[in-house]
Design a protein around this ligand. Structure first.
Ligand code: 8YV
Length: 310
């Protein structure tokens, strides 16, 4: 049995990840909390995933909660100010997933420019027997606009540069990089051929990709979102895709996940993937190891390894 207090597990984890967590911690399911106040009082830690929202009223049921540990870099689903006011430490798993997310982003850019999913269907359905697949677009020579240039944004830029693209970026502040900085998102969109959304979710980026940005991106423009659904005004995006205001989009994140029945699933100029940016065996195990490291360190020393700064 574990020498650590039991953890409330919020979310469904890949089997190998959950098995790894269980080697170190007893995991309690939310439905077990209703049993007795004693069970709720036993919970000193939560282990979760960054695509889950943690409601404050759940935390209020846990009088002895000391740490919330998310597998993932995003913490927009965790009430940080509530946690801070209660002295609850919040940890995430930064850096270990940057490369995997950047690799998926490159894949989505190429898949959109060369219509790879559509080309696969073109062969499978026999359409090739009766016609030629339409011409795609070359990545070399294109202008890429990064919406957010944090750890993940920099890994994406580093992978795209060898494709002979020009990089420019928008973000909270200018950084010590050789690329043009835009402090206005519409201006970046007007400059770019491909706009890649890789900023954090949360109130400061809520719906910043809107009709004005999409109009500026223009009829040859492509939007790629591997950040959070909350960053994009999806009604504006749907209009822009339907009316060909922009050429196409590739989306790995959505307001509601799994994406329910939605017109986005029926458009032929958008590629949709099920929030798989960090979803590789190696990366998810590395995230689990860092989560366990945070939890062990906190329970043994009182200090977390990668606490989230408010
Ligand atoms: C998912 C992510 O949270 O890291 C993030 O913020 O969005 C992804 O890694 C994934 O579900 C983590 O388990």
């Amino acid at each position: 049995s574990s020498s650590f207090p039991p953890l409330l597990k919020i979310g469904v984890f890949p089997e190998a990840v959950e098995a790894r967590l269980r080697t170190t911690f007893e995991l309690v399911e939310p439905h077990e909390l209703g049993e007795t106040p004693q069970r709720r009082a036993q919970i000193q830690g939560i282990v979760t995933r960054s695509n889950y929202r943690i409601p404050e009223d759940l935390l209020e049921q846990l009088p002895n909660l000391r740490i919330i540990c998310t597998n993932g870099v995003g913490h927009d689903g965790i009430p940080l100010s509530y946690a801070r006011n209660r002295g609850i430490v919040v940890t995430n798993t930064p850096s270990v997933l940057d490369k995997a997310v950047a690799e998926l982003t490159v894949g989505l850019v190429l898949a959109t420019l060369r219509q790879i999913p559509q080309a696969d269907q073109f062969v499978r359905t026999g359409a090739w027997q009766v016609g030629a697949f339409p011409l795609g677009l070359t990545l070399a020579g294109k202008k890429v606009g990064m919406v957010g240039l944090g750890r993940i944004g920099k890994e994406i830029a580093a992978r795209l540069l060898p494709f002979d693209v020009d990089i420019a970026y928008f973000g909270r502040q200018r950084q010590a990089v050789d690329w043009p900085y835009f402090d206005d998102l519409v201006a970046l969109a007007a400059h770019a051929d491909i706009l890649i959304v890789c900023c954090p979710g949360g109130p400061s980026t809520y719906r910043i990709i809107n009709a004005a940005v999409l109009d500026a991106l223009g009829p040859a423009g492509i939007l790629v979102n591997i950040a959070r659904g909350s960053v994009v005004n999806h009604a504006d995006l749907l209009n822009a895709l339907t009316n060909k205001t922009i050429l196409g989009a590739a989306l790995d994140v959505f307001d509601e996940e799994p994406l329910p029945d939605n017109p986005l699933r029926r458009l032929d100029n958008v590629i949709v993937t099920p929030h798989i940016g960090s979803a590789t065996h190696e990366t998810r195990m590395a995230m689990a190891e860092l989560a366990i490291k945070n939890l062990r360190s906190f329970f043994e020393t009182g200090r977390a390894v990668t606490p989230v700064a408010e």
